[in-house]
Design a protein around this ligand. Sequence first.
Ligand SMILES: Cc1cc2nc3c(=O)[nH]c(=O)nc-3n(C[C@H](O)[C@H](O)[C@H](O)COP(=O)(O)O)c2cc1C
Length: 335
Amino acid sequence: MQQNKRDRKLEHIELTDKSQTLHASIDDRFNYEPLLSAHPEKGEAMESTFLGKKMNFPLWISSMTGGTGKAGHINQNLSKVAGEFSIGMGLGSCRMLLESDEFFSDFDLRKNIGDSPFYANLGVAQVQECLDQGRIKQIEDLVSRLGVDGLIIHINPLQEWFQPEGDFLKVSPLKTISDFLKATDIPVIAKEVGQGMGPKSLFELMSMPIQAIEFAAFGGTNFAQLEILRNSKDLNLHSGLTRVGHTALNMVLETNKIIENAKTKIHCDNFIISGGVRTYLDGYHLTQLSKGNAVFGMASPFLKKADEGFEELHQYVTEVTKGLVFANKFLSVKE
Ligand SMILES: Cc1cc2nc3c(=O)[nH]c(=O)nc-3n(C[C@H](O)[C@H](O)[C@H](O)COP(=O)(O)O)c2cc1C
C-alpha cells in the first residue's frame, strides 16, 4: 500500500469515533441522489439568464453601504468577484450621489462587474421626494452615469420609523412605485431591508411591471433592531416590532401560492431570495423550492469577507459556488 493510502486508512480508524451522527441531525430538506450524476468538472458553472443577463451562478450580492471611509475597498472587492464569477450585485443606497459626487468612485463599479446584472439603490422616500419635486431626471442621470441596469427601491417603513433621522413616508410605497413606473422607463427592483413582506404586499408587487422583488426577509440583519441599538433613547417598549416580518421560506411559499392561484397575468415572478440566507444549501433549497425565476442573495456574509480582503472574499465565493454546483448534481428538494 502507498504511504498516503496507509495514512488515510489510519486516520479513518482514528476519527471514526468522532464522526458519529444522530438521526435528528439529518438535513431533511433534500433528497440525496448519489447515482445520477458524475462529479462536477473543475470550474463548472450553473448558467442561467436572470433579468435579461447571463449569470454563471444563481447568486446575488445584496445592497450594502457606500460613501463611508471603509466602503470604497469593500465595494471594489465585491464588484470584482461579481464580475469574475458572473453573479449579480445591488449597490447600497446611492442617495448621497443625488447631492454630491464626492463618493462617486465607491459606486462606479461597472468596469469591474462586466456584463453581470448591476443595480443602483434608493429608498422609497427619496424616490417620492424626486417625484414630488419633478427631479426624476436626476435619477435617470444617476442610472446612466453608473452604467447600471436599473434601480432597486428599498422599502423600509419600520426602520425609518425607528431612526431618529428617519424619512417620513407621506404616501404608500405602492403609490410611489406606481408613479415612478409611469414617470420613467428605468427598470425597477423592489426590496425590504431585513423584515421581508407579507402576502398582500407581494401580490401587489407581483402585479406590477417591475423587474424583480428582493425579499430581504426576516432572519438575518435586522435594521429595526440595529436602529434601537443606535438610538440613545430607551426604545425597549417598541422592541416587539423588531420581531415582526416574514422569513425567506415563508415568502417563497407565499409567492408560490400567488403564482399557482393567479387568475390574471402576474407581471413579476423574478425573485432575489435574501434575508438570513447563510449557506449555499439554504440558498439552493429556497431557489429550487420557488416556482418563480429565482436567485439567492446575501449581504452580511459577503460584507464580512469583503472587509477582510479580496483573497478571503474570493476564496469564500469559490467555495460557495463549488458547493452550489455539487448540490445541484446530487441533491433535490423535498416538496
Ligand atoms: C452594512 C449593511 C448595509 C446595508 N445597506 C443597504 C442599503 O443601502 N440599501 C438596501 O436596500 N439594503 C441595505 N442593506 C440590507 C441588505 O441588502 C439585506 O437586505 C439585509 O442585510 C438582509 O440580508 P442578510 O441577512 O444577508 O444580511 C444593508 C445591509 C448591511 C448589512
